[in-house]
Design a protein around this ligand. Sequence first.
Ligand SMILES: CC(=O)/C=C/C=C(C)/C=C/C1=C(C)CCCC1(C)C
Ligand SMILES: CC(/C=C/C=O)=C\C=C\C=O
Ligand SMILES: [Fe+2]
Length: 559
Amino acid sequence: MASLTFRTIASNSFPSGLADFGVSGVHTKGSLTVASKKWCNRGVKVTNVATRSPPPSTSLAPDIESTDEDEHKSVAWTSIRQERWEGELAVDGEIPLWLSGTYLRNGPGLWDIEDYKFRHLFDGYATLVRLHFEDGRLIAGHRHVESEAYKSAQTNKKICYREFSEVPKQESFLSYVGELAGLFSGASLTDNANTGVIKLGDGRVVCLTETIKGSIVVDPDTLDTIGKFEYTDSWNGLIHSAHPIVTDTEFLTLLPDLIRPGYVVVRMEPDSNERKVIGRVECSGGPAPGWVHSFPVTEHYIIVPEMPLRYSAGNLLKAEPTPLYKFHWYPDSKAFMHVMCKASGKIVASVEVPLFVTFHFINAYEEKDEDGRVTSVIADCCEHNADTSILDKLKLENLRTHSTEDVLPDARVGRFIIPLDGSPKGELVAALDPNQHGKGMDMCSINPLYLGRKYRYAYACGAQRPCNFPNTLTKIDLFTGTAKNWHEEGAVPSEPFFVARPGAIEEDDGVVISIISDKNGEGYALVLDGTTFQEIARASFPYGLPYGLHGCWVPKINV
Ligand SMILES: CC(=O)/C=C/C=C(C)/C=C/C1=C(C)CCCC1(C)C
Ligand SMILES: CC(/C=C/C=O)=C\C=C\C=O
Ligand SMILES: [Fe+2]
């Protein structure tokens, strides 16, 4: 096993410090120039990498294929070789003094092993990025998550576990049979926790993916990998939703059951590793449950989506990725939304809805009549117009193509209206004119105080056309049906993450944090005002950053 040893160096002088740290090992095109211009090391502790030097020939992002290379050098889709880095960033503008805590963002950041290049965005090994805000200052850093999948790939110089689309190559029939057996036991599934990061009510910070074994506890201060999050209950399923609902008092998630098509809804309390079953939903259609990357809740209900894009045993067994990866589109199986009472586990509604495709639910809430009775549930999601092609659009070869073609499929805020009066059908409509956010949208956040409640604002990535990936930040006002958009030419912004101002009364009183990979191969943290959606601060990293998926906020606890 590779032992990754690190050294801590205090440095006051930027250029020599940078050389010491082997920043040339970070993927860059032009980031060193930027670094010397904007980055500052104000004598803070700078922790860096590797007594092991980075791979020499692969360290300068040779794998970008671009049709107009000179204009676009974004490293959003390029591996970051440096295992870790930490330093203070110079801030342009003003970070509010109340913003005290750490924003963590997880996502795939390393898409190749030796000469082998991964094909899909979701395959990359997890890279955590950290932005620590204190007294208007910003300490930043990144670190790869040391999953077994990552460590064994480093040691053996090849993929050793089944990733989202990649399957380890087998040298003999016997090893092929062994690997296949490992698929059913879960032994060959990845633990590459590259999708999100959550803070449990007890303070533990966990990186997640869709395999249950890929739940990894990390230290939010050092980004050290602490170890596996071991569930102590007897549930022996292999997969769960990538996006549990996490509050200070609970952790709720869905466990798809591929044998007896359905979903088990479970709850875990703070200071516990034991998931307790709330209830079970039987699928209303299809040979397998629909993919549940995420799901929403209201104050009293858990909403279980049943998407016609379903897990596929056939595709799971294939060694080469199919256009729908481990899933299959079953339009005839129809789409459903199920509503489960959180207190009793009873299903209060299972309605057929129009076909849909979504990764991310935004929020849900209950509508009441004048007597206070709940008449329907409203559930909003980033909906891809029932078009599964978005999955294949997230292939790295597509993302790395900088053509001016407008190839990002349309998406909208899909609003489900789920009646609770026994009607068999629900509705799906666009919550606002999709032109407001450029007919593309995904990667959303809300003010967490409005989770499960009627809410007005959603933050997401939108699209300024032509584009091949969401390239704006958008603040959506669901009451007026309008959006405010932030855009910088050639930039790839990651999920806008809302942090409320302590003591705020208004829903949008706070800031929105995003991390941007810009068109010059550089990267910066961006802070927007939650109300006006205007930039209030930005701070450049000394290197370009790969695209990241989801984040969380770890507030500073005042003692
Ligand atoms: C990054 C992201 O959003 C999703 C990652 C999903 C993964 C890693 C899914 C992995 C799976 C397998 C390796 C086999 C079983 C099915 C499935 C959960 C899709
Ligand atoms: C980045 C993404 C979709 C973008 C399309 O508009 C989806 C990510 C899903 C996993 O978290
Ligand atoms: Fe996600």
